[in-house]
Design a protein around this ligand. Sequence first.
Ligand code: FAD
Ligand code: 2HG
Ligand code: ZN
Length: 470
Amino acid sequence: MSGLERILGAQGMLTGGAPGSAADIEPYLRDQRRLYHGRALAIALPRTAAQVSELLAFCNSHRIGVVPQGGNTGYCGGATPDESGRQIVVSLARLNRIRRLDPLDYSIVAEAGCVLARIQRAADEAQRFFPLSLGSEGTCQLGGNLSTNAGGVHVLRYGMMRDLVLGLEVALADGRVLSSLGTLRKDNTGYDVKSLFLGAEGTLGIVTAASLKLFPKLQAFAAAFAAVPDPRAAVALLAGLRETSGDSVSSFELIPRIAVDLATRHIPGVRDPLDAPHPWYVLCELTSPRAADPLEELLEHSLAAALQEKLVLDAAVARDERDRAAFWKLRETIPEAQRRDGGSLKHDISVPVAAIPEFIERGSRWIADNVPDGRLVAYGHVGDGNLHFNLNQAPGADRAAFLAREEPVKRAIHDLVRDFGGSFSAEHGIGRLKVGELERYASPVELDLMRTIKHALDPNGILNPGKVIA
Ligand code: FAD
Ligand code: 2HG
Ligand code: ZN
């Protein structure tokens, strides 16, 4: 440990050893869903990329496992140490400078520990827009976003985190640094090695900084909370809206009635925007960098036409920023409402967008027939074909008995996903939770390539052991 202290300084690590200090390290030892609770030799809090690189060289030569941690908002336990007490958690929280922002180049270079909302704000202040947006944006960090290849509510228009990256700085297992923070839009010089680290969940290196794409600041917005008869109508509405709006749809989220009930019941200040209940809803938003774009008019016309066609049953269009924020609050607090309601089983799945209705039909039928103590709460980024196909325990059900159904329910849903050519983890990654699922559903060739890459970059297996690939 004295070697670590030499690298990080006495203030640069926590061990929980001093009287009264155990509570300081506790938040680093568990994941936000409370699925795992580990132990650690120490929590390292580096301030510079050089310290991260030295730390890795040290841990590599002493064969000490290292668990990178950002905002610790991940869904799969990837940032939590195991129970051995022999791993070091590396929190990137103090490595949090914005190194450069160039409005002319439409780019920003930021360190891994920058909280996502701060990057969004910095872009906004420079009349630019950084599109990654998630419910956890006030806490999650750039390094975590890169390492999970985060999705969120703007993927439909701007892509996943991977699509927003121009360059990376990464400390490798042996302490060498891949420094590729350029902002080139075109660079076809050999393998795109930086892309290996995107979505690698800390198993191939520790990301210390990234250069990112910016976009023109959005100036016009129109949001609607629209009731639709079923998911088929939602998908048809999206297809039409993309045409009639000149492809200015930037979010399109599907919400079932049960999620509105949960959010209005459990989250103070959340209200149903419509007068009467309906089976399904979409929250859709058009945006444009041109202030004069008549988006509200466009949205109203499109919704009126959709009402005629019975694709829409009723709709509320946001009249001001408060309405818009209220629609988004309803959507973004569904996970928290689910949590407050009781036990839930979560499945972060994707299928082709056009297959969403049939997937929901078949999946709900299976749940109705096989999980009498569960209720389907299927919501999410339908514009990306990504649903949070979650179940909550039914009112009055026994929590433990319901949660004990995890394995068979997961198997049925993930097998169905496979039948649709979909993914069992659309945006939340693998972490520790889904290592077995990856082994089951990835092809032998994919697994072999993943293991080859892991071994080449981390021959001693010190980087986030037990995560992603067994
Ligand atoms: P952490 O949880 O700290 O870490 C995640 C993984 O990345 C771990 O494996 C960790 O070891 C690794 N890691 C972290 N930093 C580094 C680094 N610098 N170098 C290498 N590896 C690193 N996710 C979505 O995709 N879309 C959503 O819409 C979404 N909504 C959410 C809403 C809520 C309310 C919550 C709580 C979570 C949501 N998430 C969502 C999940 C989560 O916020 C994202 O996965 C996010 O990208 C994780 O960032 P983090 O900084 O918290 O990472
Ligand atoms: C969201 O889209 C998040 O709100 C969380 O990805 C989903 O809790 C979940 O299942
Ligand atoms: Zn999501």
